[in-house]
Design a binder for this molecule. Structure first.
Ligand code: PLP
Ligand code: COI
Length: 341
């Protein structure tokens, strides 16, 4: 199979339409058979639940070409599981996990020419999503839904590739206690848009959101969880019921403990502790692990000892081990890699 002639090394994190996507419709209490479609557009009622009341959710995962030329995905069962949790919280119907995985296999296989070659620096980002598609005018769940899954080749999430970021402690909140921060609801991202535009205007790459109730604890960014490394080499990651349970972060915790023999603490992280950290990284499917060089808390500048020119040593080891597993250079734990072809 011949690959598309894209400038793989220089694509950013942008949408490039591919040839096939999967579409299934939910009506009268059941999902239809679904199938692949060449049509990248969606036609729905002007009064659709997604358009009026933002009843939409999504997932994000990647397909990789391994060193030995296979196409694989990374822990997609956990994306299916998280989408189930999201749908339950948003009063949306669950798209069964085995159908989710089958749709993923079919779309990636059908778009194999768009899966970036091994070593190119790019990967295939896969976006499953679901939305309320029929008309609702009173505030109520939709009765009809569409599940879609498309893919697009991507490069690094942050402009300039993997480089240490400068982030700020945000005055905007991301997720309320008992709200929707722990699920992947579109609304969490809609409300973060003003905060990220404002952060960029002020010269920051991202926001560090705090817990809205006490504004003393680190939560996450708009699209990634935090991982810190203390000056004595422990890996620390915030524990909160209002952050997204990142699959990358959960995988990195395993990698840190089982592959690198590090001590890992999942616990509340106070903003006042940031000065004690040696390294900080943002982790997620899109971000992989992006190092943070500086955190600005209302004029108080916390410069991580890892500096502004490269990843700290522990972050680098975590990055190399995780991407080694994803690209087939290192043996993966049982069940982490789903081979597509
Ligand atoms: N936190 C938020 C708010 C996200 O949008 C994402 C991206 O999916 C993550 C964390 C990272 O999660 P994952 O590692 O499962 O991609
Ligand atoms: C991902 O990492 O998959 C996400 O969904 C983050 C998104 C903000 C691009």
């Amino acid at each position: 199979m011949e690959k598309k002639s894209l400038d793989w090394a220089n694509i950013g994190f942008h949408y490039i339409p591919t040839e096939w996507r999967y579409v299934a419709n939910y009506k009268d209490g059941a999902w239809d058979e679904g199938g692949l479609s060449p049509d990248p557009t969606v036609a729905i009622s002007e009064c659709a639940g997604v358009l009026q009341y933002a009843q939409t959710c999504f997932e994000g995962l990647k397909a990789y070409t391994t060193e030995d030329g296979r196409i694989v995905t990374f822990r997609p069962d956990l994306n299916a599981e998280r989408m189930t949790d999201t749908c339950r919280r948003l009063e949306m119907p669950v798209f069964p996990a085995e159908r989710f995985l089958n749709a993923l296999d079919r779309v990636v296989r059908a778009n194999a020419a768009f899966v970036p070659p091994y070593g190119s620096g790019a990967t295939l980002y896969v976006r499953p999503y679901m939305f309320g598609s029929d008309a609702v005018i009173g505030v109520a769940p939709s009765k009809e839904y569409q599940f879609r899954l498309f893919c697009t080749p991507v490069g690094p999430y942050f402009r300039g590739g993997v480089r240490p970021l400068t982030i700020r402690v945000s005055d905007f909140d991301r997720a309320a206690p008992n709200g929707t921060g722990h699920i992947k609801a579109g609304l969490n991202y809609a409300m973060s848009l003003h905060a990220i535009v404002n952060a960029h205007e002020e010269g920051f790459d991202e926001n560090m959101y705090l817990d809205p109730k006490t504004r003393t604890k680190v939560e996450e960014t708009g699209g990634a969880n935090f991982l810190f490394v203390t000056k004595d080499g422990r890996v620390v990651t915030p524990k909160s019921s209002s952050i997204l349970p990142s699959i990358t972060r959960r995988s990195l915790i395993h990698v840190a403990k089982e592959y690198l023999g590090l001590t890992v603490e999942e616990r509340e992280v106070l903003v006042t502790e940031l000065e004690d950290m040696a390294e900080c990284g943002l982790c997620g499917t899109a971000a992989v692990i992006c190092p943070v060089g500086k955190i600005v808390d209302h004029g108080r500048e916390i410069c991580l000892p890892s500096g502004m020119s490269e990843m700290g040593p522990v972050t680098k080891k975590l990055y190399e081990t995780l991407t080694g597993i994803q690209m087939g250079r290192l043996e993966a734990p049982e069940g982490w890699i789903r081979v597509i072809e």
